[in-house]
Design a protein around this ligand. Structure first.
Ligand code: GDP
Length: 304
């Protein structure tokens, strides 16, 4: 429901083709596809993916495979669903068998990392995991305090920086070591923040150090590096995702704020271009407002 209402604007943009499809006949094809192209672009699908979808449909219409407006609409939805499903890539967390399992949460300022980390911890804890949160955001003064509130709210342990000068990688390393000694079945949420992505190389280096610090303690960790993307930023999320992926190798996406005025199309572009699956979506600020990504629900939320 929240996803559906969050995408009302995208749905509205895309609904302009519905009437055209209702009365569609072959001679209308160019007009309908032009309108569709426009609607997809306005909905932040981005030029590359828009052309791909429109040309796929054109081919199927001209070859006689699609014979009615409703068949075209269904094919459109299926196209988007296939692109989102990304050749069957795994949308579930891959935590492996080694303990502790480590999840790094990365992304730019204000995207929703802390909130997503809290919600994810709550979710995993309910599934029986023992969670240790590590406040790796040593750059933003209030970040640790904010995460401590989440630790309290979710009843999870937390490791914070020993001093203001501590590096993120030191906090992460300390957290993983603590868990390793305890030999418990755990997932550790590691919270790393990066602001000013394009200009701050020091932070990029720190991100790499974080990854190395964790791997040094537990071979094969981090199991997941989840990039948090703000669903309201539209196509701006694409260069961001590209850059984070180049630097650390992202294994999954968390799309946040999909309950607000989310701009849906760009999600398809990110998944298609980077080949990284969306693993969770954020649909609010409460502990239970993180859902596993469901491509079908997503498609049904953006198309009428
Ligand atoms: P960070 O700087 O990346 O750690 O971002 P925060 O977790 O502090 O989130 C920034 C703001 O976005 C906060 O006010 C959050 O409550 C809000 N926020 C995060 N995720 C969601 C979401 O899924 N839906 C809504 N409506 N707000 C969210």
């Amino acid at each position: 429901e929240k996803l559906f209402s969050g995408f009302s604007k995208t749905r509205n943009n895309l609904s302009v083709i519905d009437e055209l499809l209702l009365y569609w006949n072959l001679s209308d094809t160019d007009k309908v596809l032009d309108e569709l192209e426009e609607a997809l672009l306005v909905s932040d699908f981005g030029p590359k993916i828009t052309i791909k979808i429109v040309e796929n449909l054109r081919e199927d219409i001209l070859s006689g495979k699609l014979k009615s407006g409703s068949e075209i609409k269904e094919a459109l939805k299926k196209n988007v669903l296939d692109l989102l499903s990304n050749k069957g890539s795994k949308t579930e967390l891959q935590l492996g068998y080694r303990k502790p399992a480590v999840i790094m949460i990365v992304g730019v300022n204000g995207g929703g990392k802390t909130t997503s980390l809290g919600k994810l911890a709550y979710r995993l804890k309910n599934g029986g995991a023992k969670i240790l949160l590590a406040a790796g955001d040593t750059f933003r003064a209030a970040a640790s305090d904010q995460l401590e509130i989440w630790a309290e709210r979710t009843g999870c342990e937390i490791v914070v920086a020993e001093s203001e000068k501590s590096k993120a990688s030191a906090v992460l390393s300390q957290a993983v070591k603590r868990r390793k000694r305890a030999r418990l079945y755990i997932s550790i949420g590691v919270h790393v923040i990066f602001s000013g992505l394009h200009t701050n190389y020091r932070l990029m280096e720190e991100l790499i150090s974080c990854k190395k610090a964790v791997a040094k303690v537990v071979a094969g960790a981090p199991n997941e590096i989840l990039l948090v993307l703000d669903g309201t930023t539209g196509l701006n999320m694409l260069p961001q995702a590209r850059e984070f992926n180049e630097v650390v190798g992202v294994t999954g996406l968390i799309l946040t704020k999909l309950d607000g005025s989310a701009r849906g199309g760009c999600v398809v572009s990110v998944v298609d271009e980077l080949g990284i699956p969306v693993k969770f979506v954020g649909v609010g600020e409460g502990v239970e407002d993180l859902q596993p990504f469901d491509a079908e629900a997503f498609v049904n939320a953006i198309f009428l």
